[in-house]
Design a protein around this ligand. Structure first.
Ligand code: UDP
Ligand code: MG
Length: 312
């Protein structure tokens, strides 16, 4: 019954300027594929004309299916909704802004046919990004590599192909704070890569301002590592040891020399440093407790308002 071979999952958030071009590029890509395809477009609570454009496209060509969220639930949840609905034997996730050129999927499909279950598209170069974004991204991936046990493919965004069986496994992961590129490595199976040049955004602005990037980074760290929690133990142990040595030194000075350590300034300095550290550690603890709190509420990851071409 289900003869869809390829599913494309594309989250859309205020992308009215790029959609026309996206449809054009996709129509030609779909024509060159060796099997039937569907394109799942998830409108993540856009406030511009994106949804109207998506609906028009569906009415014109029903291979373009539309899911509309009741509000903005975020990129990772939009992708999740697409995976939940995808019917294809191979599912490809990509961005709407054409930074991930649709033509790269032919390479990915070749790898999939060759037997890989997950194919990451790894960006070799990135155009039109600020040096700040490149530098912080690089630093972040290195840091993450150090503190997690999951091997996360560096420089892979969310542009990737997954086999049906991987998607099925993926759909069972319902955690609230989703770091897809981590999860797709954690999940296992046979993983492969293709390389590509990341283009500049076709039009419009990035929907990942610094604040959202930071949130993504915190999500990535807290959902793949408890190293920050262990850090407080290590720091506590080291500081206690140093404090003990320091105290013995002070007592020694007082008892056997004419030197003594003067009071007020040193007390205040030590107190403020350690209060700051204690608060920071409490904050880290707070972040993890907050995660638990959000997790146990078991809220759905997204709410659909309307769908076109899928059962919902
Ligand atoms: N996006 C989304 N919801 C959001 C933010 C972004 O669905 O809250 C989509 C966006 O439309 C795009 C993709 O996620 O298709 C990646 O976003 P963007 O290109 O702005 O990120 P960048 O490439 O700048 O990191
Ligand atoms: Mg982009």
């Amino acid at each position: 019954m289900n003869d869809v071979i390829y599913s494309f999952v594309i989250p859309v958030f205020n992308e009215e300027k790029v959609l026309g071009e996206l449809f054009k590029r996709f129509e030609s890509v779909l024509g060159q594929l060796d099997g039937a395809a569907e394109v799942l477009l998830i409108d993540d609570g856009s406030s511009d004309q994106s949804y109207e454009l998506l609906k028009q496209q569906y009415e014109k060509d029903s291979r373009f299916k539309v899911l509309k969220f009741s509000r903005n639930f975020g990129h990772q949840n939009a992708v999740t909704a697409g995976l939940d609905q995808a019917l294809g034997h191979a599912v490809i996730i990509m961005d709407a802004d054409l930074q991930d050129p649709p033509e790269v999927v032919f390479d990915m499909i070749r790898q999939w046919r060759a037997g890989f279950d997950v194919v990451h598209a790894v960006r070799q170069t990135r155009q039109g990004e600020t040096w700040f974004k490149l530098a912080t991204a690089n630093l972040f991936y290195r840091f993450l590599e150090k503190i997690t046990e999951t091997k996360i493919v560096r420089n892979s965004g969310d542009f990737r192909l997954m086999d049906r069986k991987v998607v099925q496994a993926f759909c069972r992961l319902r955690e609230q704070h989703r770091f897809m590129r981590g999860l797709s490595c954690w999940i296992g199976f046979k993983q492969g890569c293709v390389f590509y040049e990341r283009q500049a955004r076709f039009a419009g602005e990035t929907k990942y301002p610094l604040k959202k990037m930071m949130r993504l980074a915190v999500n990535a760290i807290t959902s793949f590592s408890d190293w920050p929690l262990r850090l407080s133990f290590v720091m506590g142990a080291v500081i206690s040891f140093l404090a003990m040595v320091g105290v013995m030194g002070i007592v020694f000075l007082k008892m056997s020399t004419n030197w003594f350590v003067p009071g007020w300034a040193s007390i205040i300095a030590v107190l403020s440093i350690f209060n700051g550290m204690t608060m920071m550690m409490l904050g880290i603890l707070g972040i993890y407790v907050g995660r638990i709190f959000q997790e146990i509420k078991h809220r759905p990851l997204y709410i659909l308002e309307k769908t076109h071409g899928v059962d919902g």
